[in-house]
Design a protein. Sequence first.
Length: 348
Amino acid sequence: MDNVMEQRNNKQVAVWLLIGVGMIIIQVLIGGITRLTESGLSITEWKPITGALPPLNDAAWQAEFDRYKVTDQFKYVHQNFSLHDFKGIFFWEWFHRLWARLMGMVFLTGFIYFLATKKFNKKMILPMAILFLLGAVQGAIGWIMVKSGLVPEKYFVGHIELATHFIAALGLLSYTLWFALGLLEAVKYKVINTTLQKLLMGIVTILFFQLIYGAFMAGLKAAVSAPTWPDINGQMIPAAMNELSPWAKNLVSNNITIHFIHRGLAYLLFILISYWWYASKFVEGNRLFYNLRKGVLLLVILQVVLGILTVLNATYPNRLVLLGVSHQFVAMLLLMCIVSLLFMLKRK
C-alpha cells in the first residue's frame, strides 16, 4: 500500500515538473522572438514586483520610451522609432519577463502544495533545492545579459552573455526533465549498453558546443553575414575566418568563423546521431526507447533542414523570426530526446 501511494505521489510531482518543462520551452521561444525582433533592451530597469504590469497610461508609456531613448540602440539603430513602434518591441521583453514570473509562481505554488500535503520524500529535497537554485541563477544571468547592452557603444546585448543565458536555460530544462523522469515508473526500465551510452555522451558534448555557437549566431546576427548554402559567401572554407587578431578571437567574435563552426558541428552531429541510430537498432523489448530512437533521427534531420532554410532566409526579417524560432524549438526537442535516451541507458 505504501509503495502504491509513493508511486502516486511521485507521478503527481513528475507531472508538475513536466508542466515546468513545457513552460521553460515557451520561455526560451519567447526569448528567441525577443532577440530576433531586437526587443531585449526596450525595458531598461528591473522591477521584480511592479514590473509585472505594463505602462497603464500615456504618461507612463512616454516615461518608459524616454528611458529607452537614452540607450545607444535607440540612438544608432532605432532612432526613427515612434511610440507605437516602441510599444511593439516593449511587448516581447515585457512578456518574456512576465512568463518568467509566472513560471516562478507555478514552481513555488506546486512546491508549497506538495510540501503541505507531504507528497515529497527525502530523496527529493536536494534535487528540489538545486532546481530552485538553477532558476534563481537563470534570472540573475538574464538581467546581467540585459545590462550588457545598456552601456555606451553597445546596440544589442552581448552575444557571450546571450549564450550564457541560453545555455543556463537549457541546463534548467534538462535538469527538470531528468528530475521528472526519475519519478516516473514508465522510464525506469533501463537499457544496458555501455557502448551506446558512451557514444551518446559524446554526442551530448558536441551538442553543448553546437548550442553555444547557435546562440553566438543569434547574438551576432551571423546568419545575415552569409545567407548562402552549401557555401559560405561562395567559399567552402572562407578566407575571412582568420581576420581577427589574436586568432583565438575569431572563435567567439568572427561571424564567418562562427558560421563555419556552427555548420560543421551540425554535419558532425547528423553523422554521429545517424550512426548511433543504426548501432541501437539491435536493442529490443523497450517500446519507449524504440520511439525515442526514431525521434532523435527525425529531429536531427528536421533541424538540419531548418538550419539551412534559416540561413537562406536570413535577409528577410519576418521569415528569419519564424524560421529562427522554429530552429530553436526543434533544437530543444532534440536535446530533450537525447537527455531522455541518456536517462534510459545504463552501463554494464
